[in-house]
Every structure is written in structure tokens, then in C-alpha cells.
Write a protein that binds this ligand. Structure first.
Ligand SMILES: Cc1cc2nc3c(=O)[nH]c(=O)nc-3n(C[C@H](O)[C@H](O)[C@H](O)COP(=O)(O)O)c2cc1C
Length: 174
């Protein structure tokens, strides 16, 4: 399978079975998030694996979009490590944390897809509530959550999955 075929096969899973993902697969997925490019190679990405009963119960208090997933990776960046561009004239106090965390999350998402593990990208949460609930230090900034698991019998792509705007809306040759 080519990468483009793999990317086209992926869809957001919202119907997870109880089956936990294998530790070997989780380790490969985390490794995929480890080896990504980051600004100045500062590597500020941080992954919190939520799969314990206690962790999953806390998860349900911070987002309605948990979909009873058996494993959620909370992807953050470390504010004390991230590359910054304080004199950016357009974006004040710019740092690359969202980009560094997102490239890690994206790479993990496609590694999961290759391993037959379904995923859901979640940003429907209050970052401060996540920090507080999971007792993260102030310098750890939650960016997104990546749900990982196997589909149940209701699994199917949401209609949104099939709505793709024309490529001419995205691409401009300048
Ligand atoms: C930045 C971002 C935030 C998202 N947040 C949520 C979310 O909080 N809840 C949810 O159900 N889906 C969320 N999604 C999934 C999108 O709704 C989904 O990717 C989009 O509708 C396209 O569908 P597809 O992933 O099946 O192709 C998010 C996706 C991205 C990239």
C-alpha cells in the first residue's frame, strides 16, 4: 500500500470496542511520535498515555469526545523546551509547540493506521481543565488527544469524512 492509499483509508473512529491495543503496537506508535522533526530539534513533545481505569474515568470528566476509547494519548508540549520567536511581527510570543506536537500526533496517527489501529483526533476540551485534572505542571501545554483502539460493529466514517473541498481551494501557485 502506498502512503497516499493509507492516508485515504484513515477516518475518524468514533465507535470503539473494549479491546485494548497491544503494548507492542502502542510502543511503535509512541516511537513514531518520538522521531519526528521539531523546531531546532528541541523535541518539546510530551505524551501522556491514558489507559488505566482511573485515567479513563478522569478523561470522561474533561471531554465529551472520549468515545469510550481504551487508550488515549494526550499530546502536549513543554513550554520550557519549545522553540520561540518572540519578535514575530504577526504573532506575538510565537512558539512552535502546536506544530511540534501536531507533527508528532500526525505521525502517530498514521503509524496506528498502518498497524490496523483506529484513531480519533480530539481537541474538544478545555486545556486548563486537562492540566488540572491530570495534575500536569504549568509548563506542560495540552494540544490534542489521540484516541486509539479497534472498531466495534457500529464503526463507519462520519459523512463529514467524504466531504473534501476541491484541491483548487487549498493550493495556489504564487
Ligand atoms: C484539530 C482537530 C480537532 C478535532 N477535534 C475533534 C473533537 O473534539 N471531536 C471529534 O469528534 N472529532 C474531532 N476531530 C475530527 C474531525 O471532526 C474529523 O477529522 C473531520 O470531520 C474529518 O473526518 P475524518 O477524520 O473522518 O476524515 C478533530 C480533528 C482535528 C484535525
Amino acid at each position: 500500500m502506498t502512503f497516499l492509499e493509507l492516508a485515504k483509508n484513515r477516518f475518524s473512529e468514533r465507535f470503539f470496542s473494549d479491546k485494548q491495543i497491544e503494548k507492542e503496537k502502542l510502543d511503535k506508535i509512541l516511537e513514531a511520535g518520538q522521531i519526528v522533526p521539531t523546531a531546532c530539534n528541541y523535541q518539546p513533545q510530551r505524551f501522556y498515555v491514558i489507559s488505566s481505569e482511573e485515567g479513563l474515568a478522569k478523561l470522561k470528566t474533561v471531554t465529551p469526545f472520549h468515545y469510550n476509547v481504551p487508550t488515549m494519548i494526550l499530546v502536549c508540549y513543554d513550554l520550557d523546551v519549545v522553540w520561540t520567536q518572540p519578535n514575530d511581527r504577526l504573532l506575538s510570543n510565537y512558539n512552535s509547540g502546536d506544530q511540534d506536537a501536531s507533527i508528532a500526533a500526525t505521525t502517530m496517527m498514521y503509524e496506528a493506521e498502518e498497524l490496523g489501529v483506529h484513531t480519533i483526533w480530539i481537541r474538544g476540551f478545555d486545556a486548563k481543565s486537562v492540566q488540572e485534572t491530570f495534575q500536569l505542571p504549568d509548563n506542560i501545554i495540552p494540544v490534542m488527544m489521540l484516541g486509539l483502539g479497534y472498531p466495534n460493529e457500529k464503526s463507519k466514517p462520519n459523512p463529514w469524512h467524504f466531504k473534501r473541498n476541491d484541491i483548487s481551494e487549498f493550493v495556489k501557485y504564487i
